[in-house]
Design a binder for this molecule. Structure first.
Ligand code: UD1
Length: 421
């Protein structure tokens, strides 16, 4: 298994181009199942999660062609006549569950394997089920699969989520585009990826209003048609690279970055003493004087501080002046990076959903193990600031969500290489 070697200590300088958003792309791709005509996605990130979704869609009978070195995907739901999403593919990636709503809308039935255990918490599907049932679907769990049927077709309905789940909002929004009548989703997720999906669905002929707010209204139409849609910038990749100069010192420009994608996160960086400037087409981030200050962080649904940046933020705060408290409210088991950071000399105490970080002057390089996608990149960030060498193993997690991570970090002056084995 490959690992990544980082020699820490140097300040950073240069530019990083931010890729298209993994999480947006993973919900845009299944939208092709809703239409007979082709859907073309541009600004696609080149990641193993995108390959997994490609495999899943092909297994359902859809056509997916990768063009322009993977930057463009040409998809067609024309021949998609298999409504069964098999466990062998779904278990690799939870986002596979995003085919449930489109399959149900298109075929009136679907069988989608439950994703199974996940490293960052239980992550059940009850909110997805509740939302689709409100649209008239009958859903039962049998042999590890959610079997969903809408023999008389889906009909619009009132859906009130107990929690603003991103995936459930996406599934119900997609299903409702082809339902008879009007659907209103209350307490909908407001993440930018939801608005990106709504924009794409509107380009395909869907009638959707209110995305980006807590109430989304979808008026069902008879059919959707083809479209071409550019994937929005990846705010989590953006936030991750914003942390690189924050932790190692220096100045880095993130091309394609915008403050509106990372508002709450940028505010915390500012509070910690990191400068962030929006140029209109990029973000410039710099830390040129002294250590950062401790800050308290609580993860929340958008527009709050994203859970997907919590591990990386913790890496920064390990070297802050003072004591920081990080509270994780979205996932119940998302501090697995903490013991690895402790191996590098960090002082962290975890109790339930709260981590208390007492900043140290300097981290020390060590062999560490990636436990999930965001945890792995937090260890790279820590390695940038550490004295000596850090080797991060199990980097297949990184390949799921960070494209060309070694090239991008090297491009801003980090001493980093991939060790093949
Ligand atoms: C998406 C993102 C993921 C991010 C998360 C929260 C994608 C592909 N993934 O995941 O990177 O970390 O949003 O911003 O977009 N829950 C239930 N029942 C459900 C659904 C969710 O209890 O039916 C719980 C989950 O266990 C979790 C919380 O709700 O504790 C958040 O989940 P959700 O917003 O659904 O996240 P995902 O869509 O899976």
């Amino acid at each position: 298994m490959d690992s990544i070697l980082i020699r820490g200590g140097g300040a950073l300088d240069g530019q990083v181009e931010i890729a298209g958003a993994k999480n947006a792309c993973l919900t845009l791709m299944p939208a092709t199942l809703l239409a007979e005509e082709p859907l073309t996605l541009t600004n696609v990130p080149r990641l193993s999660d995108i390959t997994t979704m490609t495999t899943l869609l092909r297994s359902l009978g859809a056509e997916v062609s990768s063009l322009q070195d993977g930057r463009v995907l040409a998809l067609s739901g024309h021949g998609a006549d298999n409504p069964l999403a098999h466990y062998d593919i779904v278990r690799k990636m939870r986002a596979s569950n995003l085919v449930l709503g489109p399959l149900l809308a298109r075929h009136g039935q679907a069988a989608v394997s439950l994703p199974g255990g996940c490293a960052i918490g239980a992550r059940p599907m009850d909110i997805h089920v509740q939302g689709l049932e409100a649209l008239g679907a009958e859903i039962e769990l049998k042999d590890g699969y959610l079997h969903a049927a809408a023999p008389r077709g889906l009909r619009g309905g009132e859906v009130t989520f107990p929690f603003a789940s991103v995936g459930a909002t996406e599934n119900v929004m997609m299903a409702a585009t082809l339902a008879r009548g009007t659907t209103r989703i209350h307490n909908a997720a407001r993440e930018p990826e939801i608005s990106d999906l709504a924009t794409c669905l509107r380009a395909m002929g869907a009638r959707i209003q209110g995305d980006g707010s807590a109430t989304i209204t979808i008026e069902g139409v008879d059919r959707l048609h083809g479209a071409t849609h550019p994937v929005i910038a990846d705010r989590i990749e953006l936030g991750t690279y914003m942390l690189a100069p924050a932790i190692a010192g220096g100045q880095v420009e993130l091309i394609g970055g915008a403050l509106e994608l990372v508002g709450a996160f940028a505010e915390k960086l500012h509070e910690a003493g990191v400068e962030v400037e929006d140029t209109g087409h990029s973000l410039r981030v710099s830390r040129t004087n002294g250590r950062v200050r401790a800050v308290n962080v609580t993860t929340r649904v958008f527009p709050g501080f994203p859970t997907d940046l919590q591990a990386q933020m913790m890496a920064l705060l390990t070297t802050a002046q003072g004591v920081s408290v990080l509270e994780e409210t979205i996932f119940e088991n998302r501090f697995m990076h903490a013991p690895e950071l402790v191996r590098m000399g960090a002082r962290i105490e975890v109790q339930g959903g709260t981590a208390t970080v007492t900043g140290v002057e300097r981290l020390k390089g060590a062999p560490v193990m990636a436990t999930d996608l965001r945890a792995s990149v937090s260890l790279i960030l820590a390695g940038l600031a550490a004295e000596g060498e850090t080797v991060v193993s199990r980097v297949y997690h990184l390949d799921r969500g960070y494209e060309q991570v070694v090239r991008k970090f090297s491009g801003i002056g980090a001493r980093i290489e991939r060790l093949r084995s």
